[in-house]
Design a protein around this ligand. Structure first.
Ligand code: ADP
Ligand code: MG
Length: 769
């Protein structure tokens, strides 16, 4: 019987999520075909899959194909997930429910209806793992599959994109879009037009990483470290010379601080209109000094500043802060400025996703960001019930007065569970905390593994063992994501080992602090209690935790504190929920404001791209130049074959267009910072001026002159550069395209934009009045 039971039906009617009741009929229809399909020979499945007249019929075929190819018969709830994704929605399915297979069936169906599908995976390792793991299913269904990682060559990428389904990390997809946009011959492009995007761990991509810019840069020497400013801010005293806000997101000079800086700089007025550059430099140095903390926000390793990704709590490879900030942190640490590059183009993850006419996805935790997904992407979330009811026991938070007392209690809790052999997974908020806790565990004689592998494959292998008898694993939040933790360890096909650990209560997850978003807490809890396994979870919290001190600094001091520091006030744990709501609100505001800036740039980018495509594909460049410089055109026509001349014209115009766009981006970035800082210094915003409107007005004005300028400059080059039967040599004229390019991810600016800071600053000032 593959009917959904009463429990499932109840789930389907859960309010506030997409209505799943109508899928019930489909699930029955799928079940009804099972016996008949089981009798069909393997070689008929391609045809059956191709000819499936609707999603339900396809799912029936897909189920039987998966059973044969993987030895796993997809559960009803997995097919429910597939159906939801085929409707262009986000399926919320808990960890261990088998999303990889649900997603693969959805991808196969899209492919068989003639669409080109990309599956955005969390990292290189998972893109490869999932593509290879699902390949037998795809093959049986007659669908081609490929995957891409950082190391893939252009030829490999082209081949992978040509497959009907392509697995790749979202950043690699974005980098290919950026690189493709800079080619001068369409044959050099690797990607295919955006069509269907299926996103694994959709909330990380669509919410946590949405505003991360993916950058393509032309190699160039690094920004000089601003040692002078680093030195000046080092001498400033907190409270006296500068203030930081409660959330640790903003630092600003006080009047005394401004005077001290002005004196150190030889008596200038840093708020004068012509000192905007100095003001920017001071502010950047101050942020590096006061707000970015070594071993929390970054580490220094091998003479380099390496960022720590806050949502993953581990070293973020290939990431850097926006240029000025990166150099300022390097100056603060007294290390050489790293190589930098002129930004040729950049795109945010959110803009990248919006290019796809069809987006769908899957994740364990989406429903709490349902509003944001609807608002920013028009996506609905459907909550899929678990295959077996979750029996994990989630205990209430344990609140302590100090961090020291909390740590002590955690170690005691770990020791108690370990004594029985119950596996414990300790989730920490950052690397520094992982290390602090590891030291305490060592001191207590508790053997443990700390997860801060530099490599996703290694991380996955370690996390997979976290459910083994007696294991103690310390891991930052997202480490080893996408890996299933089986009770008894990864080799536990042997069910005796599984059952032995299950009898001890299963995997015990201990969080060392609540995250700024409850969604991230739930991700951690979800690592335990998969597929109806027993398990438990508990979070330890202290009144000194950053979440509480940052977001609810005015919370009442607890009255009822035990000798060991345990806070017993009846309403004390409300503080955590309150702090999370405040943090949520702040993050939403940042998302909204930041997106409004990128929106305009993205529109302009689209216009430039369309123009560029036309230039690349026909003789538009030659026609334009010929009509501007008729004499030169006549002259060249006599000596240069027409196709060579057309190619030369194209090269010239593309050069100036790409150059112009890179300059435009740089100017926009300056304006954005400049407007904000000027407003911050003079209080101009108080007069009701809207910095976003200022920015838009300037950006539109600059953009209208951009295309004119490109034409003029191209005409000038066309008139003066040497063009022969061999073509044009722009290098000889000093007009060099960047030879090498490289890509990186700009770390989500931890403070929001300068303007976000201004908005927040104003809001606070208003409050105080
Ligand atoms: P998720 O991404 O939802 O956390 P995975 O796709 O990683 O889950 O799958 C978790 C585990 O469940 C894998 O080991 C997979 O082989 C197994 N699995 C998935 N679907 C089934 C099924 N229908 N029957 C049995 N095992 C399954
Ligand atoms: Mg997964």
């Amino acid at each position: 019987m593959s009917f959904l039971g009463a429990r499932v039906r109840r789930f389907l009617q859960q309010p506030g999520t997409a209505d799943l009741t109508r899928y019930q009929r489909l699930i029955s229809a799928i079940g009804a075909r099972e016996a008949e399909l089981a009798g069909r020979p393997d070689d008929t499945f391609k045809e059956l899959a191709r000819d499936a007249k609707d999603d339900a019929e396809f799912c029936a075929v897909g189920r039987e194909a998966a059973r044969r190819a993987l030895g796993e018969r997809p559960f009803d709830v997995q097919l429910l997930g597939t159906l939801v994704m085929l409707q262009g929605q986000i399926a919320e399915m808990a960890t261990g429910e088998g999303k990889t297979l649900s997603g693969a069936l959805a991808a196969a169906r899209y492919a068989l209806t003639g669409r080109s599908v990309q599956v955005a995976s969390v990292n290189d390792y998972l893109a490869q793992r999932d593509a290879e793991w699902m390949r037998p299913v795809y093959e049986l269904l007659g669908v081609t599959v490929g995957h891409i990682g950082q190391a893939s060559t252009p030829a490999e990428r082209r081949e992978a994109y040509a497959a009907q389904v392509t697995y790749a990390p979202i950043s690699e997809i974005g980098f290919d879009v950026l690189r493709d946009r800079l080619v001068t011959d369409p044959a050099d492009q690797v990607a295919v037009p955006p069509d269907v995007l299926l996103i694994d761990e959709a909330d990380s991509v669509l919410i946590d990483e949405a505003l991360v810019p993916l950058v393509l840069a032309g190699a160039a020497p690094g920004t000089d470290a601003d040692l002078e400013m680093a030195e000046i801010v080092r001498g400033l005293r907190p409270g006296l010379h500068y203030e930081t806000d409660d959330e640790g997101r903003n630092a600003s000079l006080t009047d005394a601080g401004a005077r001290a800086a002005e004196a150190a700089l030889g008596g200038i007025d840093i708020y004068a209109a012509d000192q905007i550059d100095v003001l920017t430099r001071i502010n950047v140095a101050l942020h590096a000094h006061a707000l970015l903390h070594r071993d929390v926000d970054y580490i220094v390793r091998d003479g380099e500043v390496r960022l720590i990704n806050a949502s993953r709590g581990r070293v973020a490879e290939l990431q850097r802060w926006p240029d000025g900030l990166q150099a300022a942190v390097e100056a603060k640490e007294g290390i050489a400025a790293s190589e930098s590059g002129e930004i040729l183009d950049s795109i945010t993850v959110e803009s990248l996703v919006r290019r796809y006419p069809r987006v769908c996805g899957m994740t364990g935790t989406a429903v709490t960001v349902g509003d944001q997904l609807r608002q920013f992407y028009g996506l609905e979330v459907a909550v899929i019930p678990p295959n077996r009811p979750c029996v994990r026991e989630d205990q209430p938070d344990r609140l302590y007065a100090t961090i020291g007392q909390k740590d002590k209690a955690i170690v005691a809790e770990v020791a108690a569970a370990h004594e029985n052999g119950q596996p414990v997974l300790i989730g920490t908020l950052d690397i520094a905390e992982s290390e602090r806790l590891a030291r305490r565990l060592t001191a207590a004689g508790l053997p443990h593994v700390v997860l801060n592998a530099k490599n996703d494959a290694q991380e996955a292998a370690i996390v997979a063992e976290a459910g083994a008898y007696g294991a103690i694993t310390v891991s930052t939040q997202m480490a080893g994501r996408g890996t299933d933790i089986r009770l008894g360890g990864s080799g536990a096909d042997d069910s005796a080992e599984h059952d032995r650990v299950a009898e001890l209560g299963g995997l015990y997850v201990i969080g060392t602090g609540r995250h700024a978003a409850s969604r991230l807490d739930n991700q951690l809890r979800g690592r335990s209690g998969r597929q109806g396994d027993p398990g438990g979870s508990v979070f330890f919290v202290s009144m000194e935790d950053e979440l509480l001190t940052s977001y609810t600094p005015d919370a009442a001091v607890p009255r009822d504190v035990a000798a060991d520091g345990r806070v017993r006030d009846a309403n004390a744990d409300e503080a955590v929920g309150h702090a999370q709501r405040v943090a949520d609100g702040a993050n939403l505001e940042i998302h909204r404001n930041t997106y409004r800036y990128y929106e305009l740039i993205e529109q302009q980018r689209g216009i430039v791209l369309d123009h560029r495509d036309r230039l690349m594909r026909d003789d538009a460049a030659l026609v334009a130049l010929g009509s501007r410089c008729p004499e030169r055109f006549e002259e060249l026509e006599q000596t240069v074959p027409s196709d060579v001349l057309a190619a030369a014209a194209r090269t010239i115009v593309l050069y100036h267009l790409d150059r112009g766009w890179a300059d435009h981006l740089a100017v926009l970035a300056d304006i954005r910072e400049g407007i904000g800082l000027r407003a911050l210094g003079t209080g101009a915003l108080g007069g009701g001026r809207d910095p976003l409107a200022d920015f838009n007005a300037e950006a539109v004005k600059l953009f209208t002159s951009l295309l004119d300028r490109v034409q003029e400059e191209s005409a000038e080059t066309f008139r003066t550069v040497s063009i022969t039967a061999e073509g044009v040599d722009l290098d000889a004229a000093g007009l060099r395209r960047p030879t090498a390019t490289w890509t990186y991810v700009v770390h989500d600016n931890p403070f929001g934009t300068v303007l976000d800071r201004v908005f927040r600053g104003l809001a606070r000032k208003k409050d105080r009045r």
